[in-house]
Design a protein around this ligand. Sequence first.
Ligand SMILES: Cc1cc2nc3c(=O)[nH]c(=O)nc-3n(C[C@H](O)[C@H](O)[C@H](O)COP(=O)(O)OP(=O)(O)OC[C@H]3O[C@@H](n4cnc5c(N)ncnc54)[C@H](O)[C@@H]3O)c2cc1C
Length: 285
Amino acid sequence: MPSPLTFSFELFPPRTPEAQAKLPRVVSQLAAVRPDYFSVTHGAGGSEKEGTYETLLTVVEHTGIEVAPHLTCVGSTRANIAAQLDRYRAAGVKRIVALRGDLPATAMSAEAPGEFHYANELVSFIRQTHGDAFKIEVAAYPEMHPQAANPAKDFENFCRKVEAGADAALTQLFYNADAYFDFVERAAKAGIKIPIVPGIMPITSYANTMRFCSGCGADMPRWVRLRLEQLEDDKAALGDFGLSVVTRLCETLIRGGAPGLHFYTINQAGPTLRLWQNLALPAMV
Ligand SMILES: Cc1cc2nc3c(=O)[nH]c(=O)nc-3n(C[C@H](O)[C@H](O)[C@H](O)COP(=O)(O)OP(=O)(O)OC[C@H]3O[C@@H](n4cnc5c(N)ncnc54)[C@H](O)[C@@H]3O)c2cc1C
């Protein structure tokens, strides 16, 4: 029997008092469809550290659904990471999204400052210090991490995280299903058995979507970009078109064997829930 699909919703710590006040309602709306877990981002270098923890508590308080904090190691010391892990463990956290984090703009080389240089070192550290107490998710890049030397090296580096003890992977956003299937195929050939869950970013704005894509090196198919550009000033029409593009992407991924979907909600319930409804997801689970 195939394993049930896993669905997760990513949040970020709100940055303004207004956004903070809105969060419980957004979280409750998203929780209504009972995702397997929420995840909460964490600023590289520790900015947002308290925000991650407070957002985690908000989700637990309003939903009782599992929450996975993201933990970035760039610029951190072992003592600092150990303290965060201890606090999460004491709070009952069972899953961590383990990341290097983006290098500060001031970094002079591609190598991260601090006592950790790459995410595989963080995964090893979590396993050494906490055994199997946490389920560990890591990032995967179907279209290659933008700082990687080439796709083969980037894939080797993904394998290091799996060897270090990752239980599952969440991908960077992408709009090209073939890039995901190619990555999964390479992983299978390399003997990797962990689930690789596609990261899904709803499309609600031309400018934001293109900014996200260029920031993480994701390719936007030309025809989609042109249509979005043309609809830029018609929010409703752009939303409908974006919804149809991402719905089709999700359908293709699930039909092709993806083990679930990780939604980048951008702290909005509407776009993710419209996708959910379009996909008739509860019926698929
Ligand atoms: C699902 C998801 C969630 C995210 N959440 C956050 C978040 O909460 N906060 C945040 O700041 N960022 C977040 N990011 C972005 C992420 O931090 C950046 O993409 C970051 O630049 C890389 O993090 P990583 O964990 O993939 O790093 P790594 O796996 O360490 O890879 C980073 C780069 O180094 C190379 N590399 C890796 N290991 C080695 C090695 N041993 N030797 C040489 N080269 C190596 C890789 O090929 C890659 O180019 C997220 C990304 C994803 C996909």
